[in-house]
Design a protein around this ligand. Sequence first.
Ligand code: PLP
Length: 476
Amino acid sequence: MEAEAFRTAAREMIDYVIDYLEGIRDRRVLPTVEPGYMRGMLPEEAPREPEPWSAVLSDIERVIMPGVTHWHSPHFHAFYPTANSYPGILADILSGAIACIGFTWQSSPACTELEMNMMDWLGKLLALPKEFLFCSGGKGGGVIQGTASEATLVALLAAKARTVKAVKAQHPEWNEASIAGMLVAYTSEQAHCSVERAGMLGGMKMHLLETGESLTLTGAKLEEAVKEDLARGLIPCYVVATLGTTTTCAFDDILSIGPVCEKFGLWLHIDAAYAGAAFICPEFRHLLNGVEYAESFNFNPHKWMLVNFDCSALWFKDASLVVDAFNVDPVYLKHDQQGVVPDYRHWQIPLGRRFRSLKLWFVFRLLGVEGIQENVRKHVRLARRFHRLLLEDPRFSVPFPPAMGLVCFRLEGSNERSKMLLNLIRESGKIFLVPGGVKETFFLRFSICARTTTEEDVDFAWREIQSLADQVAPDV
Ligand code: PLP
């Protein structure tokens, strides 16, 4: 494809994208295809000769769209939001054109430097302690990871390296592998499954600690577990606290967890994948109090901050602990400025990295902080509206307090009734939501997701849920 053909195709592609997003409300949010639906639609092999752009463009509706779940439909209420905004898309186009691989500062200085500046802008908006920011001139700073799962794993590996080194210094006769085998990590039973998985991938036992009725991990529970492990001769190492759990958006009590981590020398990582975006609004910032105890803090602008996937923001108080944990230094990656500015390859698992900070830059500049805050506030308002509607109908109950843009609800009576309601919602396909389960309680999660969701969309979803609930038989 030559430049002029690209110019024409790009204009058509942009028109398609705008028409798709502006018309998305009228598409069925969940596809109706069966597994393997695409096989008969595509040739057996890749074309030998180039095809015209018009053929590709027309196949988007024929082949792709029938199998797309429309995550940006205002009728999508599943999981948590994933961000989408025109500024984010614009930046991705530019990133695709520059197409640099920013593994070292020298490999594309703008890629590293914009990221450092954006991570400081974002950190200041969250009012993170200054130790997390590059501009403090200390050892801290931020980096963009692909996902919160990677952030949890990177922090775990850094914590592991730090602890192994410290224990080895005290017991030079112990070998590193046996020290690593004695390390233990802690999180709540409500943490995202990626935390448990980080333990598996990073080779560290992960204790999933019980939470009480509020589904909140406390310092007292953590301290009890740490003391038990010490008594068994294990070495407590790493703690992941969640602000805004996946199932119910519960908040761990970091103000009591932090001092326990300090007392026992544990690395505290805070996972605020979804709820973190809310902390840029002053009225929600208090939920982050206690972050000063953390060694690392992470949230996903690609969830609720209008920055298209992937963009997961991770800060360290002392980034040298990560850099030293993963440092390899082959000749072909060396450059004259090493040590003066970050080489982000040391801060992550892969070597290659895209120019993701462009998305933050465009979103900040084209929407402004106020635009980003308004999106958060709108979602919270819409969730409260849905909650009020629920309370007016005695057939429903709310098993956990609504938080941020999430409302958990169920039909009164047995779990079977709520499961039946969920099946009816899935069959009808007008809205999409997913269930949750805590202990023995099954419930449905209603999450405000799309940037464009309105009060009318919430009312539409509520009418759909109410009318399908009419079909659910009472318990006998
Ligand atoms: N942590 C929490 C609290 C989450 O809610 C999620 C996903 O919803 C994750 C981690 C995983 O995020 P990612 O897909 O960026 O790894």
